[in-house]
Design a protein around this ligand. Structure first.
Ligand SMILES: Nc1nc2c(ncn2[C@@H]2O[C@H](COP(=O)(O)OP(=O)(O)O)[C@@H](O)[C@H]2O)c(=O)[nH]1
Ligand SMILES: Nc1ncnc2c1ncn2[C@@H]1O[C@H](COP(=O)(O)OP(=O)(O)O)[C@@H](O)[C@H]1O
Length: 225
């Protein structure tokens, strides 16, 4: 039975440099997909005006963060832009064992850690901005961070982008609706792969559309040889 084969949910990771659009994409995915749950991270960063404690993050102090880390309560953790961020373990395990898929908005360091721990269950999407100029203007338009904080995020962007090839899918976020459509395709394809074999072909076709536009032509070329 399919429910027996696929009783563990998948772990969908979205990473990007700050401002590329991963929080916006996460929100769209969560609003449109009843089986997807957000892993709400803990962080020592200050709350932004638009953020709600317990919804976007659990905002905690450094002491509590260290206590959680030392107690083994964190699935992964990292320092990003001078703040500490981590994924609480318990909520993820509860959701996965109930067959729900879990969405993570975490950086490349966290992705490496969970891929190491659970390689078969993790699907990584890296979101790129169309240009660095557009990245800056998105951070400025978002108007949530002081200019020194924006500068720090931009200064870190290139070193984050260098980790793009550690991910399974790369999405260039030009048009938001198109990127959202591609992310949904990835999710559908990866769910399909985890079902019974008849879904595998469909999954492969979707994978190629979402990730590499040239792949269908390549496959056509192979078939024509
Ligand atoms: N490793 C890790 N990174 C996280 C976690 N939560 C958020 N991040 C990353 O920390 C970075 C900064 O996030 P945030 O302060 O919300 O800023 P934003 O990316 O500009 O929205 C982003 O790359 C997030 O993906 C987490 O639990 N673990
Ligand atoms: N495709 C897009 N085109 C234009 N603006 C976008 C696009 N995607 C996201 N944005 C905007 O860019 C800003 C940064 O997006 P956000 O999701 O907060 O990025 P991140 O979570 O990666 O830091 C937000 O103001 C958001 O509304």
């Amino acid at each position: 039975m399919a429910s027996d084969i696929n009783r563990r949910g998948l772990m969908l990771v979205l990473s990007s440099p700050s401002g590329a659009g991963k929080s916006t994409l996460s929100r769209l995915l969560l609003e449109n997909d009843g089986n997807l749950t957000l892993s709400v991270s803990v962080t020592t960063r200050a709350r932004r005006a638009s953020e709600v404690d317990g919804v976007h993050y659990h905002f905690i102090d450094r002491e509590r963060f260290m206590a959680m880390r030392d107690a083994g309560d964190l699935l992964e953790w990292a320092e990003v832009h001078g703040n500490l961020y981590a994924t609480p373990r318990a909520a993820v395990e509860t959701a996965l064992s109930a067959g729900r898929d879990v969405l993570f908005d975490i950086d490349w360091q966290g992705t490496q850690q969970i891929k190491q721990a659970m390689p078969a269950d993790v699907v990584g999407i890296f979101v790129l901005p169309p240009s660095m100029k557009e990245l800056r203007s998105r951070l400025e338009r978002r108007a949530e961070d002081a200019s020194d904080i924006i500068d720090r995020r931009l200064a870190n962007a290139r070193s984050e982008i260098r980790h793009w090839n550690e991910y399974d899918y790369i999405l260039v976020n030009r048009d938001l609706q198109e990127t959202f459509g591609s992310a949904r395709e990835v999710l559908a394809a990866e769910r399909g792969k985890r079902q019974s074999p008849p879904f595998l072909l469909e999954a492969a076709a979707r994978h190629s559309q979402a990730g590499q536009p040239d792949l269908p032509a390549f496959v056509d070329g192979l078939l024509a040889e």
